[in-house]
Design a protein. Sequence first.
Length: 199
Amino acid sequence: MSKSRPATVLVVDDERAVADVYAEQLQDRYTVETAYSGETALSKLDAAVDVVLLDRRMPDLSGDEVLSAIREKRHDTRVAMVTAVDPDFDIIEMPFDDYVIKPVSGADLVETVEQLLLHADYEERLRECYSLTAKYAALEASKPPSALAENEEFTELKAELAEVRAELDDITDSFDATDFEMLFRDFETADSAPDSTQS
């Protein structure tokens, strides 16, 4: 998600009244779109969508099928199932990021979206940190200290790496045990996902 724009949330529920209420509760904080069917949800899903709030029980495409389609298309979006369907053992293999049981309040929805955005931000910063660290390590191993100290670009790289590490520390300071569990699950899912060239 770009820091220059509010997050975009796609609310998906075949009950129009429910979707519209959720949208109304979120629209002061986010850019909100609604979809009243699974097909419409997939047609609205693009790179701008940061979070999907997805009902499971829908008549055309179920929420489970929409979730599978989202993951197959490798969309980099967070998905929370917001549903009246009580969880059963079938959810173990489902690649959602959160599972919220209806009824939910506006505060619950905002908390869910904020947590998902925080996790996404952490993963983005972690990837950035890994890339910067690799560049730093490669240069440090191949250049003498005097050359590194005199190079302006390396000095900027070192400062950028320190800034990203500080941002990661700030984010993790706000995490609890559940946040870490969710992130580790996300990393395991990403490691086991099929190669994007096959999609």
